[in-house]
Design a protein around this ligand. Structure first.
Ligand SMILES: O=C(O)CCC(=O)C(=O)O
Length: 338
């Protein structure tokens, strides 16, 4: 997910102590497409152990270390959707994750863009998503994390979804064995049936994003819902529905990394929507015979100019974006929360 404001300073956090064990469930025992689809529909998520090859995971991490870590320019970031320089913690981990690694300049980051493309367009990943959709998929957004900033609990549908809500599916791809102390990605099983808050009125993202975050956080606490953080090892992928409440718990050891991609997919027959009411026209490229979007592709000159402008006016652009989004949400009307 990404928000249109400049910086996220959330106090709505879940810690490791809030999380139940994943009850030792053996996801590998779901051996048929039918059993996996049924599990996904019942629980709102699914883990596919070892879906991505370990060598590819290692190559992605290595290319990130070689090309991205030393870069001191502006890149689009996951939490703000704005260009920012790296924010490093005391141990040098990059704490503002990348938005859309597939859109990075191939001239500047040739290996990292190529390996991201290879992994995120792979037949293994698309095959698993298409098994859930029962139709072809389009990758609409992706992210890369090194450090764990701790992500507030939310439903993706508030940010991104399909015209019929609930069809967008997220994928969390572990590129290394994820240590409990770095904070884990978690989901709330069954929460895909809950309406935790709609992107409209006094919860609209442009004016009241913090209120939305608090609403979901308070909901999770007050309902005593189970928070489950499956153990993820290198190559494992967790898929979740856009309606499933999820987030990432706070790290207790900032020295550790959690190299991972996330990606969001929509079924090819569905319309991609932002903020519940804004239709987004996508023009996916075909890579490895699969459809991937590269929003603001930095191989395109015009997009490089836009990034440079946004970086030069770091207050003006986020304000403008917010105003446009607020106007669109009011005009197009959000879904009302129950
Ligand atoms: O990995 C994370 O911290 C959060 C990712 C997430 O919430 C998402 O991609 O929707």
């Amino acid at each position: 997910m990404a928000e249109p404001s400049s910086k996220v300073t959330s106090t709505f956090k879940i810690t490791g102590d809030d999380i139940s064990s994943s009850a030792g469930f053996n996801y590998g025992s779901l051996a048929s497409p039918e059993s996996r689809r049924a599990y996904f529909q019942q629980h709102g998520y699914l883990v596919r152990p070892g879906l991505i090859g370990k060598e590819l995971c290692d190559r992605a991490t290595l290319c990130f270390e070689r090309e991205i870590k030393s870069y001191d320019g502006y890149l689009y970031r996951q939490a703000s959707a704005n260009p920012e320089k790296h924010e490093r913690n005391a141990t040098g981990r990059i704490m503002n994750p990348l938005l859309n690694p597939l859109s990075l300049s191939s001239r500047r980051f040739p290996s990292f863009r190529a390996v991201s493309e290879q992994l995120l367009s792979s037949g293994e990943l698309f095959g698993a998503v298409e098994e859930i959709f029962a139709e072809p998929a389009v990758l609409v957004q992706s992210m890369y994390f090194e450090g764990n900033p701790g992500t507030w609990p939310h439903q993706d549908g508030y940010y991104l979804d399909t015209d019929t809500p609930g069809k967008l599916t997220g994928a969390w791809i572990a590129l290394e064995d994820i240590d409990e102390r770095v904070g884990r990605f978690y989901i709330l099983p069954g929460s895909q049936r809950v309406d935790a808050g709609s992107n409209s009125g006094n919860l609209n993202i442009a004016e009241n994003h913090d209120r939305y975050k608090k609403r979901v956080h308070d909901y999770v606490r007050s309902q005593h819902l189970e928070i489950r953080a499956p153990i993820l090892r290198r190559g494992d992928v967790l898929f979740w529905s856009s309606r499933t409440i999820h987030g990432a718990s706070m790290p207790t050891d900032p020295n550790l990394s959690r190299h991972s991609y996330t990606a969001h997919f929509v079924p090819a027959s569905a319309r991609f929507m932002q903020y519940e009411c804004i239709p987004v026209t996508v023009s996916p490229a075909t890579v490895n015979r699969n459809s991937v979007c590269r929003p603001k592709d930095q191989n395109v000159l015009m997009n490089r100019w836009i990034l440079a402008l946004e970086a030069r006016a770091p207050r003006l652009f986020p304000r403008l974006k917010k105003a446009v989004i607020a106007h669109k949400i009011k005009r197009l009307g959000g879904r009302q929360s129950r």
